[in-house]
Design a protein around this ligand. Structure first.
Ligand code: NDP
Ligand code: OXD
Length: 314
């Protein structure tokens, strides 16, 4: 029957279903757990689906992740052997670039120090380096990393990226592979992480790595910005690095446990900026039409785009 099942744990499933129905009127759209006939599902639109659910759908043709990241899916047991398609959209990419640029500029333009001065009613201009004196390093030069790199380079920062394979972006230096990681870190003042969570990247944002960042930069110490996944970062190492000056400050949008528990010491650290995994929201009205268009093209015989490499886990 090629119906569409929407399963989005913790998200507004009804908003997603409404956006899908508007994009493909007449197609059956089911909202988990309201599924009268498992055989009626051809496509699943998912965010953190319950383990085992997808394997129980006998006519499933493809799985669409409602997020750009697919770690919520690829590590599930019993995942059926159908293509997994992930989100690639200008809307989501722009949202992420906004967030990354905001965080970079907040650290670069010393906004936290000015907030503190405002609290004391203190009028005092701080020395301000130019963007061209600051080196940004972006870990993960995929769809999101490349866009952020282009915008930050356009503002005038010295930008480099690190990925598995060389990435070509005009005006952006490319580093790749484990063998070039140290050289990338040694020239980086603001480290931006837009990596996916995979067995290779888990825990990569750790004290030994922070210790390899440049210490001679114009900002007076390295800054960490992570919007990739919480599992990339070792929270205790971030706290230790902030405490000892190995990191000057950090901005985190993602956490191993979300929502971040109220008892987490991360909340209390004055040098940490925290946002609630909102860097790039998946907007149903922007994304559902793209996913439906992909289904219609697939049903017309065209190959699916943005299919996840299960071997690489992203
Ligand atoms: P892509 O798959 O397009 O890009 C991933 C990048 O990471 C690629 O450049 C890839 O290298 C690189 N990479 C992967 N593994 C390694 C490794 N072991 N060593 C070095 N580089 C590696 O993903 P997107 O850019 O679309 O998204 C990135 C991540 O952002 C998502 O996986 C998700 O976790 C996160 N995200 C967070 C959001 C939020 O709101 N906080 C919203 C959306 C996404 P190569 O180019 O060589 O393949
Ligand atoms: C995503 C996310 O992966 O929202 O898109 O984190």
């Amino acid at each position: 029957m090629n119906g569409i099942l929407v399963v989005a744990s913790g998200w507004d499933q009804e908003a997603w279903a409404a956006a899908v129905r508007a994009a493909v009127p007449g197609r059956p759209v089911f909202v988990w757990p309201g599924l009268p006939d498992k055989a009626a599902v051809g496509y699943a639109f998912v965010w953190r689906p319950p383990e085992g659910l997808l394997a129980a759908l006998p006519n499933l043709r493809a799985i669409f992740s409602l997020g750009a990241g697919v770690d919520h899916l690829v590590f599930q047991k019993d995942l059926p052997d159908v293509p997994i398609v992930r989100i690639v959209s200008a809307d989501l990419t722009n949202r992420m670039t906004e967030w990354v640029t905001l965080q970079v500029l907040m650290h670069h333009r010393q906004q936290r120090a000015y907030d503190a001065q405002k609290a004391e009613h203190r009028w005092h201009e701080l020395p301000q380096p130019a963007a061209s004196e600051v080196r940004i390093g972006i870990m993960g030069m995929g769809v999101l990393g490349k866009d952020a790199a282009e915008v930050l380079a356009r503002i005038g920062f010295r930008v480099a990226g690190w990925s598995r394979r060389p990435a070509v972006v005009a005006g952006v230096q490319s580093f790749h592979g484990p063998e070039q990681l140290d050289a990338f870190l040694a020239r980086t003042d603001i480290l931006v992480s837009l990596l996916p969570l995979t067995p290779e990247t888990r825990g990569i944002l750790s004290l030994p790595l922070f210790g390899k960042l440049a210490r001679d930069g114009a900002l007076g110490g390295p800054v960490l910005i992570n919007a990739g996944r919480g599992g990339l970062q070792v929270d205790a190492d971030i706290l230790a690095a902030l405490g000892s000056g190995v990191l000057k400050a950090a901005s985190l949008d993602v956490f191993e446990t979300e929502p971040l528990p109220p008892t987490s010491p991360l909340w209390r650290h004055p040098l940490l900026t925290i946002t609630p995994h909102c860097a790039a929201w998946s907007a149903p009205e922007a994304l559902a039409p793209l996913m439906v268009a992909a289904i219609l093209a697939h049903e017309a015989g065209k190959p699916l785009q943005n299919v996840v490499d299960r071997e690489a886990s992203y």
